[in-house]
Design a binder for this molecule. Structure first.
Ligand code: MN
Length: 158
């Protein structure tokens, strides 16, 4: 009886060991396991916090992060060499492509920014906004940053 129990325990340990060494295991990265980053004021206006979610990898050549903008906060004008997807998770935001008027974004909206398209995104003038940004990488770059969005550009009515 005792012998059987020990054998069973050893088998369980062996199975757990095999499971944790398996590259196919589901992986959960707990929320808050990576510190928040205050966005670089060279490339962002106002208060913007980036919570990194996933780094780019061989399997997934895109990085992702949750970006939270205070009211009036926004990115600078920029392009993405391989495109970017935004998924709005909270608040109300604006996104503008160069040569077009700004457009509103709401939670649940999915926004695709094609490679090379000059644009900015951020909160509205009255409400904060959070989005998950999935940014594709080409030649090690995910963005090419340009000038800050002026108040006049930001406030231009559609
Ligand atoms: Mn962008």
């Amino acid at each position: 009886m005792k012998k059987t129990l020990i054998a069973a325990t050893l088998t369980t340990i062996a199975l757990c060991g095999a499971a944790s060494a398996n590259a196919q295991d589901i992986q959960i990265t707990p929320s808050g396991s990576m510190p928040s980053i205050i966005a670089d004021p060279k490339n962002f206006s106002g208060q913007v916090v980036v919570d990194p979610l996933t780094p780019s990898s061989v399997q997934s050549p895109a990085s992702s992060g949750l970006v939270t903008f205070a009211p009036r906060a926004r990115t600078a004008w920029h392009t993405h060499p391989a495109g970017q997807m935004l998924i709005v998770t909270a608040g109300t935001g604006w996104v503008q492509q160069e040569g077009q008027t700004r457009r509103e974004m709401k939670p649940g909206d999915v926004v695709w920014i094609p490679a090379g398209v000059k644009h900015w995104h951020g909160a509205t003038s009255t409400n904060g906004m959070s989005h998950i940004a999935v940014t594709h990488i080409r030649d090690g770059r995910n963005a090419d940053w340009m000038q800050l969005v002026t108040d006049q550009e930001y406030e231009a009515r559609p």
